[in-house]
Design a binder for this molecule. Structure first.
Ligand code: FNR
Length: 392
């Protein structure tokens, strides 16, 4: 143990007892502009705060004397086994958090037995990520482009490299305005401000790692393509997605399709009726429409409505999950699984792949401890009886 603790990464990680601890340490490890990009929310950040406030409303009600010494977190997601009801959410620009980027995250997810979703705005290619995560379950997140040939190319990449599902994100008609990003010059096109430069100067290790590894670009687009640099601009994305687009992409792909960014019962039902195999209730981690509801609060009504139109479609939820107890709460309200975004990025900032391993291990251990105390031996036994959302 002493040897392990001589390693600075192990030492840092050993001190983190929770995802909140990882977050606190992560903040010190990256330039301020990167921190703001990852941790921040849109506009006045009302939804960002609301996401956490919703989990604070959770009341867990044990139904036995807690005699479940070894509960199991194992489940199936899209019909295939997963070690826990947790999926790693797509995050653009992952290599800003740590130079090992998407490959490290996918490798960690594969090791933990959890699905990983690669963003359209990934800084590693679909091929490289697949190579880095043998035996893993990788999903590909699609931002549908106006130029459907570009989207067809993404679908082809996903197929060629063994990605198991497509996740279509539908909540990004325009990119939410993050005031800190604008002030930091973290925009398109990027502009280095004095504050940003000062922040970079404080993190020479981060700068040299980024500069001495591969160039920072959107690597899901062909090399030399303008999308590789500016693919994030609103004009390139399809801004009028309809359920018929979900049906069209599903037909083109032929495999499971997940629709992410749903915040209403009607939209969830429409997606499932159009052929979606799952929907993700999400406000994009409070980064898109500010003042949108906390997705956790929509789980019960959406799960109920979806079950009426499909016996198999799954409902996932993200935005604000920071503890295994949050996962248990989401399941009790009717979700099949949760997605996590920032929690694994914080782990990545603190310790590269080992940091992501730590995030995932914490979530599973916390989930087990919660289930043990709640008296639920497996994920199917977590029901509405165990979870209530208090009024305040
Ligand atoms: C995101 N998210 C996101 N979603 C998506 O569909 N495509 C993307 O490229 C990105 N990019 C992205 C970057 C960063 C830095 C963050 C933090 C988030 C949203 C993400 O998939 C997920 O919905 C949220 O992160 C969930 O909220 P938490 O877990 O971060 O609270």
């Amino acid at each position: 143990l002493r040897d392990a603790h001589r390693d600075p990464v192990e030492r840092r990680l050993a001190r983190c007892l929770s995802i909140d601890d990882l977050e606190e340490r992560a903040r010190r490890r990256v330039p301020a502009a990167v921190w703001d990009y990852v941790a921040g929310g849109s506009e006045a950040e009302v939804s960002l705060a609301r996401n956490r406030a919703a989990y604070d409303r959770v009341e867990l009600r044990p139904t036995t004397f807690g005699q479940v010494p070894e509960p199991s977190t194992a489940t199936t997601i899209l019909g295939r086994p997963a070690a826990a009801p947790v999926v790693l959410a797509p995050t653009g620009y992952t290599r800003l958090s740590h130079h090992t980027g998407e490959r490290a995250v996918a490798a960690s997810a594969a090791g933990a037995g959890l699905p990983y979703t690669l963003s359209t705005y990934a800084t590693a290619s679909a091929a490289d990520v697949a190579d880095a995560s043998p035996g893993g379950r990788n999903w590909f997140q699609l931002y549908v482009m106006k130029d459907r040939a570009v989207t067809a190319e993404h679908v082809a990449q996903a197929r060629e490299h063994g990605y198991e599902a497509l996740m279509i994100t539908v909540d990004t008609t325009v990119t939410g305005l993050k005031r800190k990003d604008v002030r930091n010059g973290f925009a398109i096109p990027p502009a280095l401000t004095a504050r940003t430069l000062a922040g970079l100067a404080r993190h020479p290790g981060w700068v040299s790692n980024i500069l001495t590894t591969e160039p920072l670009r959107f690597a899901t687009f062909p090399e030399g393509s303008p999308y590789g640099r500016w693919g994030m601009s609103n004009e390139l994305r399809e801004q009028t997605l309809r359920p018929a687009d979900v049906a069209g992409i599903k037909e083109q792909w032929g495999g499971p399709v997940v629709v992410k960014g749903i915040l209403s019962v009607g939209d969830a039902v429409a997606c499932v009726e159009a052929g979606a195999d799952a929907v993700v209730l999400s406000n994009h981690g409070g980064r898109q429409l500010d003042r949108s509801p906390a997705p956790l609060e929509l789980v019960a009504p959406v799960a109920e409505a979806v079950a009426k139109v499909s016996g198999t479609a799954e409902v996932y939820v993200d935005s604000g999950v920071r503890h295994g107890g949050d996962v248990v709460a989401a399941l009790g309200l009717g979700a099949r699984a949760v997605l996590v975004g920032r929690p694994y990025l914080y782990g990545l900032m603190v310790g590269g792949q080992r940091g992501v391993d730590k995030t995932l291990a914490l979530l599973v251990a916390e989930m087990r401890r919660t289930m043990c105390l709640l008296g639920t031996p497996d994920v199917d036994s977590i029901t509405g009886e165990h979870v209530r959302l208090r009024d305040s």
